[in-house]
Design a protein around this ligand. Structure first.
Ligand SMILES: NC(=O)c1ccc[n+]([C@@H]2O[C@H](COP(=O)([O-])OP(=O)(O)OC[C@H]3O[C@@H](n4cnc5c(N)ncnc54)[C@H](OP(=O)(O)O)[C@@H]3O)[C@@H](O)[C@H]2O)c1
Length: 279
């Protein structure tokens, strides 16, 4: 029996984001891995100038022979390049690295650290869209106050917030704010960068469902609605497994038990000098 197609999350500005994506940080030269992910059915690929994976992503897209228009391609401008001129240069470099003439969703990777006014960065982000270099725009690692300010300052709709989320990290406030504001939440580190794999509660639910821990964690995120997790893997078996999360449902009790796993020290990505005051 064929597996259900990947659902899409529809948001502002007509954006349609495949409900699961493929992460490419720490993968280095990832052309073969990305080509495999696309052949397995991923249609949402997440990269960033900072990861050094954009060239590999571009080559992987070419090698896969999947038509460009079928792929939802996301990249990010790094915190060093948030002044308007630097921002524009960074977007051009990303386009060259990726060998494409547009990006589907362009994110600001982290809020500014060098006192560059947010208005300037939002102007540069909106310009990338009005110049046709990005179809949609968003921000990553912004807290609620910064996201509100970004939405006020940006002349183009902010369609996505990319931020960390997994069962060990409480994000209720941010998720509620995104839902209320019509902003899709893209969940990074959705597998807690591997930290979940020994969790006894998720393991018990996985056993009862005949699924793996990764599948339960991803399903828990997707089932909440408005969340698109972007797991990374270099293992084709894991890639296929993470894609196979659309034909089962967690009960309310299972959802609650996983929610209850959130910990005060659950956050993984928290770089000093770059991270905002988290909500
Ligand atoms: N915006 C930001 O600031 C930001 C920050 C961090 C991450 N991200 C994005 O989010 C993506 C995902 O986050 P992440 O890479 O940090 O961590 P992650 O996806 O939570 O975890 C990756 C780890 O999980 C393993 N894994 C993946 N699928 C698995 C499966 N089905 N079964 C068992 N193990 C599995 C991988 O190992 P194998 O290779 O062996 O499968 C890898 O060690 C990144 O790649 C990046 O694109 C964005």
């Amino acid at each position: 029996m064929s597996k259900p197609a990947i659902p899409v999350l529809s948001g502002k500005d007509g954006v349609k984001i495949p409900a699961i994506g493929f992460g490419t940080s720490q993968l280095g030269d990832c052309a073969e891995i990305v080509a495999t992910a696309l052949k397995l059915g991923y249609r949402h690929i997440d990269t960033a100038w900072k990861y050094g994976s954009e060239k590999g992503v571009g080559e992987g897209i070419k090698a896969s022979r999947v038509p460009r228009e079928e792929i939802f391609l996301v990249t990010k401008v790094s915190h060093e390049y948030l002044a308007a001129d630097d921002f524009a240069r960074s977007v051009d470099e990303s386009l060259k690295n990726l060998q494409v003439d547009y990006i589907d969703l362009l994110h600001v990777h982290w809020p500014t650290i060098d006192n560059i006014p947010l208005a300037e960065t939002m102007g540069a982000l909106a310009k990338a869209k009005s110049d046709g270099l990005a179809r949609h725009v968003g921000v990553a690692n912004f807290n609620i106050a910064l996201l509100s300010e970004a939405m006020r300052l940006c002349e183009e709709p902010i369609v996505s917030l990319q931020a960390e989320y997994h069962p060990y990290l409480e994000q209720t406030k941010v998720l509620d704010f995104c839902r209320k504001s019509g902003v899709i939440f893209t969940a990074y580190c959705p597998l807690g960068r591997g930290r979940l794999f020994k969790d006894p509660v998720i393991a018990e639910i996985a056993k009862a469902k005949g699924r793996t821990i990764a599948q339960i964690a991803l399903r828990w995120q997707i089932q909440q609605g408005n969340i698109a997790p972007i797991p990374r893997s270099s293992d084709a078996k894991h890639m296929a497994e993470s894609l196979d999360v659309f034909d089962f449902t967690l009960t309310d009790d299972e959802m609650r038990r996983i929610h209850a796993l959130a910990r005060a020290d659950g956050r993984i990505a928290n770089p000093k000098g770059r991270a905002p005051a988290w909500d």
